[in-house]
Write a protein that binds this ligand. Structure first.
Ligand code: GLU
Length: 428
């Protein structure tokens, strides 16, 4: 049975790349009627952000990525400690009493072999005894090729810190074996650490899962890897900005995976059905905002008016009901609603310099105008119909781009429409 896991560290909100990892892991399992495991890797207590675990769980649920089993690594410390001690006993790891190195301030060590390696200490941190002159290799199921390292280039990585907390190199490998994970799907950043992990797996014994490293997602404009500092990358921020979860998820499905045909639209259930492990792509995908907007517009248009009314943040639900049919087709992101409709809720700033004759005519003939029965008379006055209605649009809505103007006037009501026309006329 396929068993996959999503293993976030609770250091903040859900990065779009992590959403993609979670989605692919979920789908790989579910396509095969397998199980998807959520494992929170909270062993680096210094980096932990309060509330992050609950927020991550909540976000995964919003996307429908429900897990079958849940584990918190900080509750499993004894398992890792036992495994580390066994590695020492078997000669594959050793105790080290050097002060911990801070890679940020001290830089990465260039020395691969640790000075405590042959001291036969019996307390302290535990490090991996990397063998000399061996080859370690695996076949990456995303890249679909064998990758090999020489152990002479691999350093004696820390497995258990002196405070008894494991590093990722130990905890994740112990868990992947214990939890009978069949496929590890993770970010490309982990590729350089893979030889360490292959050794740890070998020494722990048991079945090693298949491993796949996902491509990096690039900013479409700069071609650089999406970054927390430079780009908007948090799934929660997209949701807050008015993107629908199904649109974001559909967009993410195609960032690094492609079907055999050119299909683009998938619900989660359809994607589970159609998913094929051979569809993973090696090339780095680009995050195209316009594409995401296209998906969002598509899914918004699938919603009934009732569903949209529930989703849009507007206290006047009655008015919303009237406005919605007029703007629905122009809604790309839910948060566009305010900008598209502000003139329904308050008078726009009065625009001066409009065609006074147009305005006078519209005021005098308001009731016939909103029935759409004035076209011939407008033409008879020698006016272009488009020009006339543009004047009215600007006077009523304060903008050139509006929903059908007569319908807008109907929603606003006679008094309000005439009031706005008069105000504009006074300034023209
Ligand atoms: N905790 C690791 C991370 O957040 C997990 C990597 C993995 O999936 O193994 O990057």
């Amino acid at each position: 049975m396929v068993r996959t896991r999503f293993a976030p560290s609770p250091t903040g909100f859900l990065h779009i790349g992590s959403l993609r990892t979670a989605l692919y892991a979920y789908v790989m399992a579910k396509h095969d009627d397998g199980q998807f495991i959520l494992r929170v890797e909270d062993t680096d207590q210094k980096r932990e952000v309060g509330g992050a675990t609950d927020a991550l769980k909540n976000t995964l649920k919003i996307f429908g990525l429900n897990w079958d089993e849940y584990y918190l690594q900080s509750e499993r410390l004894e398992i890792y400690q036992k495994a580390a001690k066994k590695l020492v006993a078997d000669g594959h790891a050793f105790y080290c009493q050097c002060p911990p190195r801070n890679a940020k301030t001290d830089g990465f060590s260039q020395i691969l072999r640790d000075s405590c390696r042959d001291k036969a200490l019996n307390s302290g941190a535990i490090k991996l005894r990397v063998p000399e002159d061996e080859q370690v290799k695996y076949v990456d199921f995303v890249h679909k090729k064998e990758i090999t390292w020489d152990t002479n280039g691999v350093y004696d990585a820390t497995l258990l810190k002196s405070d008894g907390f494991p590093t990722y190199h130990l905890a994740a490998m112990v868990d992947d074996i214990e939890m009978k994970i069949t496929h590890i799907l993770r970010g490309h950043d982990w590729m350089p650490s893979t030889p360490i992990h292959l050794l740890v797996f070998k020494y722990l014994g048991g079945d090693r899962p298949e491993i796949g490293h996902l491509s990096d997602i690039l900013n479409a404009k700069t071609g650089k890897k999406l970054s927390k500092r430079r780009d908007s990358v948090m799934a929660e921020d997209f949701l807050k900005a008015g993107y629908l979860p199904e649109a974001l998820l559909n967009f993410v499905m195609l960032l690094g995976w492609a079907p055999k045909d050119n299909r683009e639209l998938y619900s989660l259930a359809e994607y589970v059905k159609e998913f094929d492990i051979n569809g993973f792509q090696e090339a780095n995908p680009r995050f195209e905002d316009t594409k995401l907007k296209w998906f969002n517009g598509h899914y918004l248009r699938q919603k009934s008016d009732e569903e949209l009314i529930a989703l849009i943040d507007c206290p006047d639900k009655e008015k919303l009901k009237q406005i919605l049919p007029l703007i629905k087709d122009r809604l790309v992101v839910l948060s566009d609603f305010d900008e598209l409709t502000s003139f329904f809720f308050k008078s726009p700033e009065v625009t001066a310099g409009l065609n006074k004759d147009h305005l006078t005519f519209a005021i005098d003939n308001h009731d016939t105008l909103i029935k759409g029965e004035l076209i011939e008379e407008i033409k008879a006055k020698g006016w272009k119909v488009g020009d006339f209605f543009m004047t009215i649009r600007i006077a009523i809505c304060g903008t050139r781009s509006t929903p059908p103007i007569t319908e807008t006037m109907l929603v606003l009501g006679r008094d309000e429409s005439i009031k706005r026309l008069i105000a504009s006329k006074a300034q023209s």
